[in-house]
Ligand binder design. Structure first.
Ligand code: SF4
Ligand code: SF4
Length: 81
């Protein structure tokens, strides 16, 4: 599944720099993750890098966008990144 950013975000921008899929961008009140581009870092890193670097524990699983390992792998390939 994609990851998502909560209202705990302190707008530091650290997550955006770590995303291999350019899935993260600044929103109005928090940074935001595009579920069409987030692949949980599968195939690149062993765990979601955005969650790893977030100082505010603001990033967690997006339960509205649950996906299989296979679909995440296919999404990553389709991104061409
Ligand atoms: S889990 Fe990985 S791919 Fe998804 S938003 Fe975070 S850094 Fe980007
Ligand atoms: S690393 Fe965490 S606190 Fe910083 S912009 Fe990303 S979600 Fe917000």
């Amino acid at each position: 599944m994609a990851m998502t950013i909560s209202q705990n975000c302190v707008f530091c921008g650290a997550c955006e720099l770590e995303c291999p899929n350019t899935a993260i961008s600044p929103g109005a009140d928090t940074f935001e993750i595009d579920p069409a581009r987030c692949t949980e870092c599968i195939g690149v890193h062993s765990e979601p890098q955005c969650r790893l670097v977030c100082p505010a524990e603001a990033i967690g699983p997006d339960l509205d966008n649950v996906e299989t390992y296979e679909s995440l792998t296919a999404k990553r390939a389709a991104l061409g990144v």
